[in-house]
Design a protein around this ligand. Structure first.
Ligand code: DX5
Ligand code: ZN
Length: 228
């Protein structure tokens, strides 16, 4: 039998964009009890993406209600203006889009200096070559597996090959860098993305839905990747 066990642990972060905001504290607690590795926090400005979501006051409240690491995904223009406030409000990692800033290298440094782990994200249509010069300097790359802006969209199958090609490059230039995927992750798509080389998983509607509890959903995603 072929050993397909991933070399690094798979970490799953529920995206609270799909949670019930009226009960955000309980939704975060359910993720923590259910074994989530981190919480994913989507910030949208209505300019970089065609939607507006949540920002600093919600992050501050969430920080006070969970001990899980909070992973902030900035889908905003001029992210450099907002790194420090989001880290101060409680972000443990901050991911910015390569498409949204002219000074990605400087921004990665600014995130580290502010006290969080930096990540760089690319949209489905952005070529991997956009990452060539920054890869040696980052510990995580987020490959968007849907067009950012909304939860509940369908996974774009062509992104599997993109993850695979990125993994091959990363293994050469910066093997400690992790690949994160975000968008359309379900019990059907999680295994293929992990096999392609992703180890940080974001899942919104597959975890927060009315079909199952948060713990059941997390368990189902984990078993989809743990069976060889
Ligand atoms: C989409 C956001 C995602 C979203 C994922 O723009 O970045 O984090 O919450 O939701 P699902 O898992 O439902 O596609
Ligand atoms: Zn996200």
């Amino acid at each position: 039998m072929i050993d397909t066990t991933p070399t690094e642990p798979v970490r799953i972060g529920p995206s609270i964009l799909s949670a019930d905001f009226l009960r955000l504290g309980q939704e975060a607690a359910a993720a923590e009890r259910g074994g989530a590795d981190y919480l994913h926090f989507d910030v949208m400005d209505g300019r970089f993406v065609p939607n507006i979501s949540i920002g600093l006051p919600v992050l501050t409240a969430l920080r006070g209600g969970t001990s899980l690491p909070i992973d902030v995904h900035l889908m905003i223009v001029e992210p450099e203006r907002w790194v420090e406030p989001f880290v101060t409000a409680g972000a443990n990692s901050v991911t910015v889009h390569a498409e949204a800033t002219m000074h990605l290298h400087r921004l990665m440094r600014a995130i580290t200096d502010a006290g969080a782990e930096p990540g760089v994200a690319i949209n489905p249509a952005t070529p991997l070559t956009a990452l060539d010069e920054i890869l040696p300097f980052v510990q995580r790359v987020l490959v968007m597996t849907v067009n950012p802006g909304f939860g509940g969209q369908a996974f774009i199958p062509a992104m599997l090959d993109k993850v695979r090609r990125l993994r091959a490059t990363i293994d050469r230039v910066n093997p400690r860098c992790r690949i994160q995927v975000d968008g359309g992750i379900t019990i059907e798509t999680i295994r293929p993305v992990v096999d392609a080389g992703a180890s940080l998983i974001v899942a919104g509607s597959a975890i927060y839905n009315d079909r199952q509890s948060v713990a059941e959903a997390l368990g189902a995603l984990r078993s989809a990747v743990s069976v060889s």
